[in-house]
Design a protein around this ligand. Structure first.
Ligand code: IMP
Ligand code: MG
Length: 190
């Protein structure tokens, strides 16, 4: 059972509380857009969104970028319906663009253990891009075990399961305009 109210969401029987408001998200993403526009001036970067989670963040971020740029998408295996990483990653959809000699900006919704982004960096480098940068909306820095360089971070968050603004729990909750965090103390279930 799932239902949404402002400030509190029940998703598949678990309770989530609002953690990052719509306004906080938009103002931080606008800052990231400014930074990227400045850093990639004259370079026509290609944004590569990691599906499904990054689609909302990428759509908002690109509208705050004021220089010419392109976009493409790839898809990795997901968490499935669990709240913890399976520890395995596979490519489910490849990019169509030729990224040789291009400035690539990988766009993630969240970096947790760092496994996915580590895999993606290796994958991108096989195609000889001019540069690869990483932007993630959320970073669970204490959970990141793989040694990856993340160039742009929206928000550092605790190692807790989050939902909304593209992030799902068993495919639900992506449409929420705010980020919610699992309330581990709540025993409300249905
Ligand atoms: P990593 O490979 O462990 O860094 O996990 C990265 C991927 O796991 C992200 O792109 C998300 O799709 C998913 N993920 C990690 N943490 C969460 C979470 O708290 N909620 C929903 N999805 C998550
Ligand atoms: Mg993802």
């Amino acid at each position: 059972m799932s239902f949404y109210t402002p400030g509190k969401v029940i998703c598949n029987g678990d309770t989530f509380r609002e953690m990052i408001t719509k306004e906080e998200l938009q103002s931080r993403i606008a800052e990231l857009g400014d930074e990227l526009s400045h850093d990639f001036e004259g370079k026509k970067p290609i944004f590569i969104g990691v599906l499904n989670g990054a689609f909302i963040f990428l759509a908002d971020l690109m509208r705050y970028v004021t220089i010419p740029c392109e976009v493409d998408f790839l898809k990795l295996s997901s968490y499935g319906d669990a709240k913890v990483s399976s520890g395995e990653v596979t490519e489910k959809k490849k990019i169509d663009a030729d990224i040789e000699g291009r400035h690539v900006i990988l766009v993630e919704d969240i970096v947790d253990t760092g496994l996915s982004i580590n895999y993606l960096l290796n994958l991108m480098n096989l195609h000889h891009p001019a540069s690869v940068s990483v932007v993630t909306l959320l970073h669970k820095s204490q959970a990141t075990r793989h040694d990856v360089k993340i160039d742009y971070i929206g928000f550092k968050i605790p190692t807790k399961f989050v939902l909304g603004y593209g992030l799902d729990f068993a495919q639900e909750g992506r449409n929420l305009a705010q980020v919610y965090v699992l309330d581990e103390n709540s025993d409300e279930k249905d």
